[in-house]
Ligand binder design. Structure first.
Ligand SMILES: NC(=O)c1ccc[n+]([C@@H]2O[C@H](COP(=O)([O-])OP(=O)(O)OC[C@H]3O[C@@H](n4cnc5c(N)ncnc54)[C@H](OP(=O)(O)O)[C@@H]3O)[C@@H](O)[C@H]2O)c1
Length: 245
């Protein structure tokens, strides 16, 4: 029987690469995102068997509805990839007015941290047991000074990964995180100034930007049946940028 996977944010960038790579391995894949047109375009690329679900991971009602629909369609879920995210939330700085900082914090934490909790808890009863795999997409921003709100949310996601690994481990379910560095060809990083991109590439030890497929390969491993003894881990996919030159 094919394994079944849900990739949140599977309609673009890294999530789409993950969804395509799992589908290429023979998985049945569902993708979840907020925009119908992006979902439809991605579904066309992944294949007609792909299930597209419209939901905002930061909204509990959306998550409950999506989880219920998935549970009705599939008897169990083998792989959950919590990838949905955005670079479009406003940046918080020391001089950001408090009300704006609060709104930006709520948006960043809502999508990048609370969303992962809601989706995982909603689907936990349906995760294959034993053998289920949960993979969080964190960020290099969690491991060095990142955006005040975004970096905090992505660092919090590492704590959530550890706690869920503890709680789901007894059911034979692993929970790990992948922490990408700069990844090109995403909406997230589209429009970044050339100088910023050059700096980020220069920081890597391998001298190139990451690609969505680099992250997909790491997820594929952590989601594989062979990775059953790996849990509560963070796999860095950043070309060595964390160490710098
Ligand atoms: N690109 C990088 O350099 C980089 C580096 C480190 C970590 N990351 C992380 O990698 C993940 C994927 O980012 P990406 O670079 O692939 O970005 P992307 O190209 O903007 O794709 C993001 C995906 O997430 C969906 N999404 C965004 N907000 C959502 C929400 N609230 N609910 C449901 N779906 C939502 C988007 O669809 P809709 O907008 O239609 O909802 C889209 O499918 C994110 O968690 C990001 O923080 C990216």
């Amino acid at each position: 029987m094919p394994r079944r996977a849900l990739v949140t944010g599977g309609s673009g960038g890294i999530g789409l690469a993950i969804a395509r790579s799992l589908a290429a391995e023979g998985c049945e894949v569902a993708i979840l995102g907020r925009t119908a047109e992006r979902l439809e375009a991605a579904r066309a690329m992944i294949g007609p068997a792909c299930v597209a679900m419209r939901a905002d991971v930061s909204q509990r009602a959306d998550v409950e509805a999506a989880a219920a629909a998935l549970a009705e369609r599939w008897p169990s879920l083998d792989i959950l990839v919590n990838n949905a995210g955005t670079g479009a939330t406003p940046r918080v700085a020391l001089d950001t007015p408090l009300a704006d900082a609060e709104a930006a914090w709520d948006a960043d934490v809502g999508i990048h941290l609370k969303g992962c909790l809601l989706v995982t808890l909603a689907l936990a009863p349906h995760l294959a047991s034993p053998g289920g795999r949960v993979v969080m997409i964190s960020s290099i921003a969690a491991f060095r000074a990142g955006g005040l709100a975004y970096g905090s949310a992505k660092a919090g996601l590492i704590g959530l990964t550890y706690a869920l690994a503890r709680d789901l481990g007894p059911r034979g379910i692993t929970v790990n995180a992948v922490a990408p560095g700069y990844i090109s060809d995403t909406q997230f990083s589209a429009g970044w100034p050339e100088a910023r991109v050059r700096h980020l590439v220069d920081e890597t030890l391998v001298g190139r930007a990451g690609r969505p497929e680099d992250v997909a390969a790491a997820v594929r491993y952590l989601a594989s049946p062979e990775a059953g003894f790996v849990t509560g881990e963070v796999l860095h996919v950043n070309g060595g940028a964390l160490f710098g030159r």
